[in-house]
Design a protein around this ligand. Structure first.
Ligand SMILES: [Zn+2]
Length: 69
């Protein structure tokens, strides 16, 4: 099974498109809630971690290039 692994600074693809037309988000804060910034319009939103994991489709670019662990 594929696990969703993400970290600060990653660019992720969301299931739902942002109103500006972009669905790429950058993780700019991690914690109980996660703050993501839209790559398209630079608008940032704070969402609960569980909701983020549900809405996140995949990591497009990771800051660290970790393969299998
Ligand atoms: Zn946007």
């Amino acid at each position: 099974m594929e696990r969703k692994i993400f970290q600060l600074g990653d660019i992720v693809q969301m299931k739902k498109q942002h109103p500006c037309g972009s669905n790429e988000m950058e993780i700019i804060r991690m914690g109980m809630d996660i703050r993501i910034k839209c790559v398209g319009c630079k608008h940032s939103v704070l969402i609960p971690r569980a909701k983020f994991e549900k809405n996140m489709k995949k990591v497009l670019r990771s800051t660290e290039d970790l393969s299998e662990s």
